[in-house]
Structure formats: structure tokens, C-alpha cells
Design a protein around this ligand. Structure first.
Ligand SMILES: [Zn+2]
Length: 221
């Protein structure tokens, strides 16, 4: 998406540059600044850029909220729409965190474009789980999940169970009420988690992965 915006801004810039280099002997028409054309191209560029801008702002907010929750500075970025087609080499479809040669995680995570759309929608109205419910639940959970990698957890099943137990915290950090946060965490745990590739049968009350947090789904009833 933003590539198209950048291309349009480039065309606008080249049009202005061409006008600045105009030959005064070319005639009246060519000497006039192409206001309508440049305006149109810039307008179209902005039209394509706004979704990217909203996604970037949502990612920045996710970084601020999660940094407070985990006590470490972490950063999220949103991949562009183009990445959905070309960036398939990541550890999961939703987001990823790189680890260096010493096994240390980067403190930044890249989220998929469509996941960021769910995040944008959730942040716009954190107490509405009626519209685009699944997308919003996935977005909050993926942000929480990637945070576990950024603090050093490499095992996917462990990271996901840790996230399961913190989804409600993340949702509240994003502005959801106690009740919405509870609904969201339970919805992930009860309806999505059981068939998820990162499912662990130890992610339950008294299981090996139970951290017994107030926000663990089995403590939210
Ligand atoms: Zn993961």
C-alpha cells in the first residue's frame, strides 16, 4: 500500500521538477504550474498512505502499552500490504521476532498487515467485540504473543500459553473495560486456542504452564 503512495508522491515531485525546469519558450500552457495534476496525484497518494499511517500509529500504541506491561522497551511495526504476498519466510503468519546468534531476541516485532488492521479496529473502539470480532481477538493475542518472544521465550507453545494468560491485561492496556478484556481472553482460550498449532494440554488450571495470574483465563470466571 505505501509503495503505491510513495510512487504517487514521486510522480508529483517529478512533475514539479519538470515544471521548474520548463523552457519559457514552450508556450503559455506549459508555463503554468500543473496545479490540478499535482493536486490530484498528491490526493491519491494520501488516500493510499492513510491506512499505513493508521497502522503505524496503532503499532506505536501497542509498543507503548506492552512496554509498560512487561517493563521493557519494545517496538512493533506493521508490515505493508505487499509483505502479505512476498514476506512468507517468517516463523508465523501473524508476526515474528528475530533472535540473534547469541539467542537474544530483538526488542521489536513485525506484525502482518491484516493483523494490524484488526489492531487499528480494536483501538478505535476497544469495547466493541461485535464487529470484526475474530480479527480483533487475533490482533490483541498476537501482540501479547510476540511480547513473550521479545522477553526471550523461544518456545511457541510456552509463548502462546503465556500470552493466553495475559490477553486480558493487553486488552485493558488498550482501553478495554474489565468485562470486554475478560470476554476477549476467554474467547481466544475457549474457541481459538484448542485447535491452534501452539496448543498445549498443559495450558490449564494446575497445568505445567499455569502461572496462576489473576488474568489467566481459568481465573477470569
Ligand atoms: Zn511465536
Amino acid at each position: 500500500m505505501n509503495l503505491i503512495a510513495y510512487a504517487l508522491f514521486l510522480i508529483a515531485g517529478l512533475s514539479v521538477a519538470a515544471w521548474l525546469r520548463r523552457n519559457p519558450h514552450d508556450g503559455q500552457f506549459l508555463n503554468q504550474f500543473p496545479t490540478a495534476w499535482v493536486g490530484f496525484v498528491c490526493f491519491m497518494g494520501l488516500l493510499f498512505y492513510v491506512p499505513t499511517l493508521r497502522a503505524d500509529r496503532a503499532a506505536a500504541q501497542a509498543g507503548r502499552v506492552v512496554s509498560i506491561l512487561i517493563g521493557q522497551k519494545v517496538v512493533y511495526t506493521c508490515a505493508s500490504a505487499v509483505n502479505v504476498f512476498f514476506d512468507r519466510s517468517t516463523d508465523s503468519a501473524m508476526g515474528y521476532v528475530r533472535f540473534d546468534a547469541d539467542g537474544q531476541p530483538e526488542k521489536k516485532s513485525k506484525l502482518r498487515y491484516d493483523l494490524c488492521r484488526g489492531l487499528v479496529d480494536f483501538l478505535a473502539n476497544p469495547n466493541d467485540l461485535t464487529h470484526d470480532r475474530q480479527e480483533k481477538i487475533f490482533a490483541v493475542h498476537a501482540v501479547t504473543h510476540e511480547a513473550r518472544h521479545m522477553i526471550g521465550e523461544r518456545n511457541e507453545a510456552a509463548a502462546d500459553c503465556q500470552a493466553v494468560q495475559r490477553d486480558a491485561q493487553t486488552a485493558k492496556g488498550f482501553g478495554a473495560s474489565e468485562d470486554t478484556a475478560r470476554q476477549l481472553a476467554l474467547a481466544y482460550y475457549q474457541t481459538i486456542y484448542p485447535t491452534h498449532p501452539y496448543f498445549s494440554s498443559e495450558c490449564k488450571k494446575g497445568g505445567a504452564l499455569d502461572e496462576n495470574l489473576p488474568s489467566s483465563p481459568w481465573n477470569l470466571h
